[in-house]
Design a protein around this ligand. Structure first.
Ligand SMILES: N[C@@H](CCC(=O)N[C@@H](CS)C(=O)NCC(=O)O)C(=O)O
Length: 118
């Protein structure tokens, strides 16, 4: 999945980042969004590993490409409280960290628990 700067991949396909900001603030239909969002850039190995793992675990996710796009960067900075690396993974609006934190959550069984709860 290549991904495009300034776009986010939602259930409805690749959308402008502004759509994500609107969805997150409740302006549009929240059901268009997955519970998991991966903030990524191009040529990021950890981002690719994250997406591969989520696919393997059958966890649907949206993807927001933050490179070369001010609106996407702003959204990223706000939701992750100024994280310095990608990927950053957000579940139900809560930032959980990067690839390492995601795999730790999975190994501890906490990711399954988190995804089962709603
Ligand atoms: N421990 C982090 C590592 C992520 C990481 O190093 N990402 C690279 C891109 S693949 C990055 O953001 N590098 C920029 C930097 O370190 O400033 C994780 O597990 O997500």
């Amino acid at each position: 999945m290549p991904g495009y700067a300034g776009l986010a991949r939602l259930r409805t396909g690749w959308q402008p980042i502004e759509t994500v900001v609107e969805l997150r603030s409740g302006i549009s239909e929240p059901e268009q969004m997955s519970r998991v969002t991966v903030y990524s850039t191009a040529h990021c190995g950890y981002c690719n590993m994250t997406k591969t793992k989520l696919d393997q675990w059958d966890i649907p996710f949206d993807e927001v490409r933050i490179d070369n796009d001010a609106a996407a960067m702003k959204e990223f900075a706000e939701i992750t409280n100024g994280a310095r690396t990608v990927p950053q993974i957000v579940i139900d609006g809560k930032p959980i960290g990067g690839f390492s934190e995601l795999t730790e959550l999975h190994m501890d069984g906490d990711l399954d628990e988190l995804m089962e709860s709603y």
